[in-house]
Every structure is written in structure tokens, then in C-alpha cells.
Design a protein around this ligand. Structure first.
Ligand code: DUC
Ligand code: ZN
Ligand code: ZN
Length: 491
């Protein structure tokens, strides 16, 4: 190996992957890790990582960027502010949502969303498709095509008037996902339970943000999760339950997994670090803490920690849903906005990793290897980004973050790079911070400053999600059922 053979060398670091921690240097050429060994020769760029923890760049597989919500509200972050904010928080790949609204043509949705991202993203990105109109053209033509083009996951909703699919439609989509090799991501909340509670609350004048959490009861979440799992088992496809909030939901998922069901799940910072009571504030201030499902209580937080520890919850994403605290975002009717009219969602793309690093790793709740698995490696496998992303390994993209475990930071909205203007984590003191961020060997963040131009992120066409690649053969009974009802698999 000649001295000039690396574009970048990161030396003397303490490297952690999902399986182990070790000391070595990393050599990078053309954006790819080409050597991991002690005492590598200097690279054109030579970084001393002494005292730093060297981790794979985070993958945030659930964030809403430059997307219109079901209620027609545009996110505050476009692909520039969204990806800059992600990068400053130690994330080097995002998966956001190309969202079909009911009258939209899927190919046009994907094309226009791709254009927005290509112009602005500073880190790598891929898309899921939100599907709201599974008509014959969508099912037979458009879905197979977008899945084959690398959008290998579909988000579907069991609630929200303008997004929800009924059980029959969910089964139809699942059948196509199974046939084409896409993963179903399920927003699991019982629509009619929420509608019924909300109606009765509003009738009685209970309009404040804190009633959002009352309407989105934990039973609505656990019932829909149970049903989603039953539907997926019937259709013989894996399912990933997104944004798990409540203890009962964690238990439903754990039980199904113990029975051998191909059920996967995600949780997010708001379910570890926020509670329903946080939204009990004067006026509409509590709206800053409202998302769906809502943060619950300390008991559910504990259940989410346990789920992350024991593998019930395999991925930890932000569900960054950025809305400004004004008429353009959270509060379409200003101070008169009821909980039913608020935009749902909290920001979190930049603090996702620092929160878990500080409260999970530094406080001894999870190991650094578990941190890496939950924030990067499992996302890469789950969503067909591996082996290119999610690990520090020869042949992988040089998506690498140098963390300073000694740095303590008091969070405030002004230091963040999103376009939201507030953070539900204001005033928290976090231990450990991502200091230097590399994406495909390019330094993206250093000295608290962005080092790259807009539009330099790359689109990643994804492969088959691991749950589909490694799905166990259907049982004899299911196999015969599948044959009778014409369920097919593309191998
Ligand atoms: N709920 C969602 O389903 N998506 C975005 C944010 C939210 O609160
Ligand atoms: Zn959702
Ligand atoms: Zn979401």
C-alpha cells in the first residue's frame, strides 16, 4: 500500500460496530472503506480520532421531509434543511416518504419527489412510498414498478381520514408486497376508536392539545397492532410496526414474535423521552409535544427501553415530522386550533442520536454496540441498504461519525439546523456529541460547520429488505392456503 493510496485515513479511533468494539485505523478511497488495520499510512486527508468513538453514520429510516401531510400541511423542512439537520446530528442516510395522496399518480409522485431531493440533499437518501389509493392500476402496474426501481418499502395507515386503508385494502397491498419483495410499514391505530373518543371530547369542549393523547388511547394502538399482525400473517408477509409508543403494543409485538410471526417494529425518541403530560400546558403550547401515536407515560417508556434491549423493537428512528408553531404548521387556526386540527408530529432528526447516546449509552442502559445496531445496522438490513450502509467494514460506504463522549451540550432550538423553530427537548443536557461526520468519505460536518454543497447527497435504490430475503418458508398449512388464494412470491 503506497502512502498516497487513501483519500482519507481516520486513525487511532475506538471503532464500534453492532457486533464489537476495537481499535484500528480506517482507510478510505473513492468514498469506500478499503482498509481497517493498525498503523495505516497517511491519507490525503488524515484525521486523528484519538479520544473519539468512531461509529457508522446513523440511518434514519423514518422521517418526513418536504412532504404534504394527510391534512394538507407542508413540512417545515425541505431536503436541504432536513438533511443538514440530520447530518449535524450524526445521521448520514435518511429514508423519507414519497407520499401519494388519493388523487395522485404514483409515478408522478415519485418523480417530483426525486427531483426535490436531488437538488437539495447533502447526505444520501432513499424513499418509502406512502400508499393511500390501492386501485387496480396501483396494485398491478405502479407498485411492482416502483418496488423494482428500489423503493422496497410501503407505508400504509390504519387511521387518518385521508390516508387510511381498510382491512381488505391492506390485504390487497400486502399480497403485492409479498409478491414483489417489499416491506409493509404499518401506522397502527384504530381509526374508529380515535374518532369516537375525539368526537365526545370535542362535544364536551375538551379541545386543548393535551386531549390529543386521550383521543389516541393506547388501546387504539395495541388493537390495531394486533390486527395488523393478523392481516400480515394471513397474507403471509412480514410487517414492520412503526412508531411504537405503548406498553401493550410492545407486548403484542413480543408475543407475536415469540409465536414465530415475521413482525418487526420501530420506536422513536419521543416514546423514550416525552410523556403525554408534557402536552398539558397553557393555551396551545402543548401542541409542540403532540404526535401520533402520542408519547404515553413512564411505564410505557420503560417498556420501550425493554423492547429496544431485547430486540422486540429493532429500529430506532426519528419520525421527524417538522411543523412550525404557527398557521403554516401546527396551528392552522392559531390559538383557536383544537387538538383535532393540529398538525401531528414532532421534530427529532438532529437529536435522535444524541438523545440515545446520552441517555442510553452514557447512562448504561444500552451498550455502544446496541446503539449502533438500533441507529444504523438494523436499518440497513431491514430496508435493503446493507452491506453498503450501516457498518464500518471494508467495502462499505465511508459513512463515519466521530463522537466526542466528553462533550456535554445543553439543547436549545437555536442551535439546531432544522426549520422548525422549537424543540420538545429544550433545556436537556446531553452527554456526548457527534463532532465530525463523513458521508462516502466526504467531510460533511466539521468545526460545527457544514462542509458540503446542496445536492451532493446521492439517491440509494434499495435492495430487498432482509425480512423478505430471509423469511422462513411458510408452514405447510399456510403454504396450502397461499396456493388456494393465489399468493405468489418473486424470488
Ligand atoms: N404521525 C404520523 O403518522 N406521521 C407523522 C407524525 C405523526 O405524528
Ligand atoms: Zn405514522
Ligand atoms: Zn411518520
Amino acid at each position: 500500500m503506497t502512502p498516497a493510496s487513501f483519500d482519507l485515513t481516520i486513525r487511532n479511533g475506538r471503532i464500534s460496530n453492532a457486533d464489537r468494539t476495537f481499535h484500528a485505523d480506517i482507510g478510505v478511497r473513492d468514498g469506500v472503506i478499503v482498509a481497517i488495520a493498525p498503523n495505516l499510512p497517511p491519507g490525503t486527508q488524515d484525521i486523528d480520532a484519538s479520544g473519539r468513538w468512531v461509529l457508522p453514520g446513523g440511518i434514519d429510516s423514518h422521517c418526513h421531509i418536504e412532504q404534504l401531510s394527510g391534512m394538507g400541511v407542508m413540512c417545515a423542512d425541505d431536503f436541504y434543511s432536513g438533511t443538514v439537520s440530520a447530518a449535524f446530528g450524526g445521521t448520514t442516510t435518511i429514508l423519507s416518504f414519497a407520499a401519494q395522496h388519493r388523487n395522485d399518480s404514483i409515478p408522478e409522485v415519485v418523480q417530483s419527489y426525486s427531483r426535490l431531493a436531488a437538488e437539495k440533499a447533502v447526505i444520501d437518501y432513499g424513499f418509502h412510498l406512502i400508499l393511500t389509493n390501492p386501485d387496480e392500476t396501483a396494485l398491478r402496474e405502479h407498485l411492482p414498478k416502483v418496488i423494482r426501481d428500489g423503493i422496497t418499502s410501503l407505508k400504509v395507515y390504519m387511521t387518518y381520514d385521508k390516508l387510511k386503508l381498510d382491512d381488505y385494502q391492506l390485504l390487497e397491498v400486502m399480497a403485492v408486497a409479498g409478491e414483489e419483495g417489499a416491506l409493509i410499514m404499518m401506522h397502527a391505530e384504530n381509526h374508529d376508536m380515535i374518532r369516537w373518543i375525539a368526537h365526545r371530547l370535542l362535544e364536551r369542549g375538551h379541545v386543548a392539545p393535551k386531549f390529543h393523547a386521550v383521543a389516541h388511547d393506547k388501546l387504539a394502538e395495541s388493537e390495531a397492532t394486533n390486527r395488523a399482525i393478523a392481516l400480515a400473517r394471513l397474507a403471509d408477509v412480514p410487517v414492520l410496526i412503526v412508531h411504537v409508543a405503548g406498553r401493550e403494543t410492545v407486548e403484542v409485538i413480543r408475543n407475536a414474535r415469540q409465536l414465530g410471526a415475521a413482525v418487526y417494529a420501530e420506536s422513536c425518541p419521543q416514546y423514550l423521552f416525552l410523556e403525554a403530560d408534557d402536552s398539558d400546558l397553557p393555551g396551545v403550547e402543548g401542541a409542540k409535544f403532540c404526535c401520533s401515536p402520542p408519547p404515553r407515560d413512564v411505564d410505557s417508556q420503560e417498556a420501550v427501553w425493554d423492547g429496544l434491549k431485547d430486540g422486540t423493537l429493532g429500529v430506532y428512528s426519528s419520525d421527524h415530522a417538522p411543523y412550525r408553531f404557527d398557521e403554516t404548521g401546527k396551528l392552522p387556526k392559531g390559538d383557536a386550533t383544537t387538538f383535532k386540527e393540529m398538525a401531528n408530529g414532532v421534530p427529532g432528526i438532529e437529536l435522535r442520536l444524541p438523545l440515545l447516546f446520552s441517555e442510553g449509552v452514557m447512562k448504561g442502559r444500552i451498550s455502544i454496540e446496541e446503539f449502533v445496531a438500533l441507529t444504523a445496522t438494523n436499518h440497513a438490513r431491514m430496508y435493503g441498504l446493507a452491506p453498503r450502509k450501516g457498518a464500518i467494514a471494508v467495502g462499505a460506504d465511508a459513512d463515519i461519525v466521530l463522537w466526542d463522549p466528553e462533550r456535554s451540550v445543553c439543547v436549545n432550538a437555536a442551535m439546531l439546523h432544522d426549520n422548525v423553530g422549537y424543540t420538545p427537548y429544550e433545556g436537556r443536557v446531553l452527554q456526548g456529541w457527534p463532532e465530525q461526520v463523513f458521508s462516502r468519505g466526504r467531510c460533511v460536518v466539521r468545526d460545527n460547520a457544514l462542509q458540503v454543497e446542496r445536492g451532493t447527497g446521492q439517491y440509494i435504490a434499495r435492495g430487498r429488505p432482509d425480512p423478505l430475503a430471509s423469511r422462513p418458508t411458510p408452514s405447510l398449512e399456510r403454504g396450502r392456503f397461499s396456493e388456494l388464494v393465489g399468493l405468489q412470491r418473486r424470488d
